[in-house]
Design a protein around this ligand. Structure first.
Ligand code: FRU
Length: 538
């Protein structure tokens, strides 16, 4: 349907057509990045789930390959669900995934490449002894899914984690195995948090406290912390916490129990779910992929014939400056799509004003922006006990002394459509400044059958730092990163007027009493070459 084709993205990963959800089994093998994903080959809605497969040299340009696995056995006939890859030191590739059986029981299955000498790993074999794991006593048949990448212990055994729940307590179980065929449940749980419900797509990985590189999933020892992530089925958000994982006890414990998994930090405060990391041994980094669904109605998805995109892969590191969060940043390869740079240096914007940033095309962009609040206004600001919150405080239209200010994305000339991404600074009753980073979708589209939420969170700012944001705009998606990736917000928006050449970019300052100085760089982005599968290519 050409009517809706402007919503398709130019450089985000998506299949040619139909429904996609979770990222599955990402890995670097045979000189290629492999990416698998939950896919419905028949329709633009969830169902008939199989594994799509694509490969890339740089995580940006992709070649679609034939489906890697379809629902062809009793143990996955109701769906080849989410799973993860493990690379063994002898060169083997282990793929573990959840199957929904003929009776809709969730079981874990083993698969491996048919031919390890094929760098594209086109053909996959399911282990004849599947399933390798069924729900243990006390766990509901429908609450046992999404095995992680395995990590190796000094006892010569591998371990995997699987998400579940008991009553309303979200939990992760851990099994050990020597051959990926026989498993033993480790006593106790990896971790449990009451009230968080079913944990989908659990992820556990080490981060270095000192170095900038990523760590192999099996890495542990001094100078390392472990991030534990769960995707909460109840509210469809990805929550993480930083803590310590002990191989001896088999448990993970959060650094700060008040910010435990499911009650504290999120990877992203917008639309971002069922994410998964992998260790990229090619460039010694850890990379995060997240599923970004639609926020329009199901009938709109059916009409346009496709649903969902994947996030731009993000490099993940521990934030050494704050010590309390991770940093997420688009992989460096994305810069290869940048063309025609424009610089706007030290623009001063008074309270209540909007400045046009002249560009040729504002639908496909990479943007960096730095903001400074004038010093007098910072001194003047009174303490307010008003509890500001991105989602409940009236969005970009609600004015305070020191904000909101930021950018208006995908805006038409009359600005009846616009998506503001902004900072808001408030002084708490303790005299401390608090910075919020938000996205306001309330005027993002004239269409009325789409979600228009206002979301965001606080972002830590260290003394002496400027406020900074990075934004990737791609037709119907806006991925925003504040302070180097401490707080991230992904937004799906469906402008009807602000499309193609009619989309513009503006700088705004809606504070009541502060001047803002902004320095901005924008790059128009080329489209990524995401090629359909053709057998002629081989
Ligand atoms: C998360 C999820 C997983 C499951 C898969 C099915 O979005 O529900 O728990 O394995 O999707 O498609």
């Amino acid at each position: 349907n050409t009517m809706l084709s402007w919503q398709r993205t130019g450089y985000h990963f998506q299949p040619e057509k139909n429904w996609m959800n979770d990222p599955n089994g990402p890995m670097f093998y045979g000189g290629w990045y492999h990416f698998f994903y939950q896919y419905n080959p028949d329709a633009a809605v969830w169902g008939n789930i199989v594994w799509g497969h694509a490969v890339s040299k740089d995580l940006i340009e992709w070649l679609h390959l034939p489906l890697a696995m379809v629902a062809d056995h009793w143990y996955d006939t109701n769906g080849v669900w989410t799973g993860s890859a493990t690379l063994l030191s002898d060169g083997q590739v282990i793929m573990l995934y959840t199957g929904a059986t003929n009776e809709s029981v969730q079981v874990q299955n083993l698969a491996y490449p048919a031919d390890l000498s094929d760098p594209l790993l086109v053909d996959w074999v399911k282990y004849p002894g599947n399933p390798v794991l069924v729900p243990p006593p006390g766990i509901d048949d429908r609450d046992f899914r999404d095995p992680t990448t395995a990590w190796y212990g000094p006892d010569g055994k591998w371990r995997i984690a699987i998400g579940s729940k008991v009553n309303k307590t979200g939990i992760s179980l851990v099994y050990d195995t020597e051959d990926f065929k026989k498993y033993e449940l480790i006593e106790g749980v990896l971790h449990a948090v009451p009230g968080t419900g079913m944990w989908e797509c659990v992820d556990l990985f080490p981060v270095s406290l000192k170095e900038d590189n990523g760590l192999d999933t099996s890495f542990n020892g001094p100078g390392v912390k472990h991030v534990l992530k769960a995707s909460l089925d109840d509210d469809k958000n990805d929550y993480y916490a930083i803590g310590t994982y002990s191989l001896e006890s088999g448990n993970w414990t959060p650094d700060n129990p008040n910010l435990d998994v499911g009650i504290g930090l999120r990877y992203d405060y917008g639309k971002f779910y069922a994410s998964k990391t992998f260790y990229d041994q090619n460039k010694q980094r850890r990379i995060l992929w997240g599923w970004i669904g639609e926020t329009d109605g199901e009938s709109a998805d059916i009409k346009k014939g496709w649903a969902s995109v994947q996030s731009i892969p993000r490099t993940v590191v521990f934030d050494k400056k704050t010590g309390t969060n991770i940093l997420q940043w688009p992989v460096e390869e994305i810069k290869s799509l940048r063309k025609s740079c424009k610089k706007f240096d030290k623009l001063e914007v008074g309270p209540g004003s909007v400045v046009t940033l002249e560009l040729e095309k504002a639908t496909q962009m990479d943007i960096t922006a730095e903001f400074e609040i004038d010093k007098e206004a910072l001194k003047r600001i009174g303490e307010s006990d008003m509890e500001y919150s991105c989602s409940t405080s009236g969005g970009s239209a609600q004015r305070g002394e020191l904000g909101p200010f930021g950018l208006l994305l995908l805006a038409d000339e009359g600005r009846c459509e616009q998506t503001p991404v902004y900072f808001y600074v408030a002084k708490g009753t303790d005299g401390q400044l608090k910075t919020f980073f938000c996205t306001d979708e309330s005027r993002s589209s004239l269409a009325n059958d789409v979600d228009k939420r206002i979301f965001g969170s606080t972002v830590p700012v260290i003394k002496g730092e400027k406020l900074s944001m990075r934004i990737l705009v791609d037709h119907s998606i806006i991925e925003s990163f504040a302070q180097g990736g401490r707080t991230c917000i992904t937004s799906r928006v469906y402008p009807t007027k602000a499309i193609y050449g009619a989309a513009h970019l503006y700088l705004f300052n809606n504070a009541t009493s502060a001047n803002i100085t902004a320095s901005i760089q924008t790059w128009a982005m080329k489209s990524a070459y995401i090629r359909p599968y053709s057998s002629h290519a081989f």
